[in-house]
Ligand binder design. Structure first.
Ligand SMILES: [Zn+2]
Length: 494
């Protein structure tokens, strides 16, 4: 009887305290009666109360009858300053976007940073790894976010490395990046000697390395040998498994023609020898090289029409981004003039082989993360990450595994696994309250929500309701209203 009374006390506290104000942190925030999916791949459990004190998860309290019996029915006392009623809702760790770009312009035209930051938060993203932008500005935004001055996810800055001319210049560049206070380095298109020199210096300086391999001198074997933290996208992996060492390009192929490049990238996985590929994947596991595949960002190549008609474009696509997406050989990733059904068919096969390789990598014990690389090729910030989660489901991963990839695994890639990516006491208060069950339908994570039939009537539901970053609760519908306004105003000016 006493147990039940104490449990009721928690409920009473929940009933009296008010919902939080968006953007304002309170001392004690209670998320009441939630079903929790943690970031470590374990099953959903609940109901639970999650007590946030300032910017930390202070306690996760199980409210089911068995747990109450065991714990003596302790509730959240003293009473919280604000309560989010999560009855019928799911609470997850904040999503981490491990491949992001801070963008304040597209094609040389300005785009307000709030547009991108607000959408990220509305999609439940509480951390981004920025792998290439204006570094000085990114470091400034990182500070403002950490100090709670702007509504933004946590930012980890991995500046673009560039292409130093020799090993000595590579070492100097690593030191320069360390000096700036960056969290890691992004390499893209690099020669073997400078890669070896930069990786060895980066390890000494404690900087992590994200590698976007192009079709280059280096491939996944170099990442394995030199100790790259994560391979971005997928280039470099099938390349390392081609029998002859070089892809069967037609004689007219020009790498700097993006239509050529993306067209024949669609033939790459079929040229990888499966036995060699297994060795490459085993090598990555052995060398602790993680994989951030960014499945969403190539999807237009296999289904251009789908990419061009995404429903959220209607209200939320900024005209600057819209213009940047339009096929235009002058913009990166806008290579679709003359894109054919044959190209799409090759890319559909490419995806099947790529997805199978991802599953194999997972089975072998490889670490898979997730990022959206949005702002290119018809992918909108945040929406792209959720689409990526859907594609991981298509690849064959269980939703619990997918949530782990987007939270706990990404935290590990960042070296933040003791602080981020979990719903656990002592971890940072980065949490999302989801209006619906993402294990049943990942689409409930989209800010635009989903429709359901209830008692014969169509009900609009879904969406992340609250994104709590560093203990600050953001009401996602309010943020999306702001995004809609930014877009409407920008459109009005044209
Ligand atoms: Zn990128």
């Amino acid at each position: 009887m006493i147990l039940r009374c104490l449990a009721l006390l928690t409920l009473a506290a929940a009933a009296f305290a008010q919902a939080p104000v968006s953007g304002r942190r309170v001392h004690r925030l209670l998320i009441h009666n939630a079903t929790v999916v943690d970031g470590n791949g374990t099953p959903a459990s609940g109901p639970k109360d999650i007590l946030v004190v300032d910017n930390m998860i202070a306690d996760v309290i199980a409210l089911d009858p068995v747990s109450l019996g065991r714990s003596g029915g302790r509730g959240a006392t003293p009473a919280p300053d604000a309560v989010i009623d999560a009855t019928g809702k799911y609470v997850l760790p904040g999503l981490i976007n491990a491949h992001a770009h801070l963008q304040e312009e597209r094609g040389g035209k300005p785009q307000p940073i709030e547009y991108e930051l607000d959408i990220w938060l509305s999609c439940g993203i509480t951390t981004v790894r920025d792998v290439g932008s204006d570094t000085k500005r990114a470091l400034e935004l990182r500070r403002q976010s950490a100090e709670g001055q702007i509504a933004a996810p946590r930012i980890f800055v991995y500046p673009m490395f560039g292409r130093p001319r020799d090993a000595q210049a590579a070492v100097a560049r690593v030191r320069e990046i360390k000096q700036m206070g960056a969290d890691g380095i992004k390499i893209l298109g690099i020669d073997r000697d400078t890669m070896q020199a930069m990786e060895s210096e980066a390890h000494a300086m404690g900087l992590r390395i994200a590698h976007h391999a192009g079709v280059e001198e280096t491939n996944a074997w170099d990442d394995i040998r030199f100790g790259t933290t994560s391979i971005e996208h997928w280039y470099g992996i099938p390349d390392a498994a081609i029998e002859t060492g070089v892809q069967n390009f037609p004689s007219s192929y020009n790498y700097n023609n993006e239509t050529d490049r993306f067209r024949y990238a669609g033939h790459l996985w079929r040229e990888a020898n499966p036995e060699r590929l297994t060795k490459v994947l085993e090598g990555m596991v052995g060398g602790n090289v993680a994989w951030v595949p960014t499945l969403d960002i190539y999807e237009a190549s296999r289904d251009l029409q789908r990419a061009q008609t995404q429903p959220w474009f209607a209200d939320y696509l900024h005209p600057t981004l819209e213009e940047y997406f339009r096929p235009n050989p002058a913009f990166h990733g806008s290579y679709f003039i003359g894109w054919t059904s044959s190209d799409e068919t090759f890319w559909k096969e490419n995806y099947r082989l790529w997805m199978a390789a991802l599953r194999q990598f997972d089975r072998l014990g490889g670490l898979i993360g997730m990022g959206d690389d949005a702002g290119f090729i018809y992918q909108m910030y945040g929406f792209g990450l959720i689409r990526g989660m859907e594609l991981h489901q298509e690849a064959g991963f269980h939703p619990l595994r997918i949530i782990q990839q987007a939270t706990g695994n990404n935290a590990k890639i960042l070296g933040q696994e003791n602080r981020l990516g979990r719903v656990r006491a002592g971890w940072a208060a980065d949490l999302i309250v989801v209006n619906g069950n993402p294990l049943e339908d990942l689409k409930v994570l989209y800010p635009t929500g989903v429709d359901e039939i209830r008692d014969g009537k169509t009900v609009h539901t879904g969406g992340v309701e609250w994104t709590i970053k560093d203990g600050i609760p953001y009401h996602a519908p309010e943020l999306m209203a702001r995004v809609k306004e930014i877009v409407a105003q920008a459109r009005g000016k044209r």
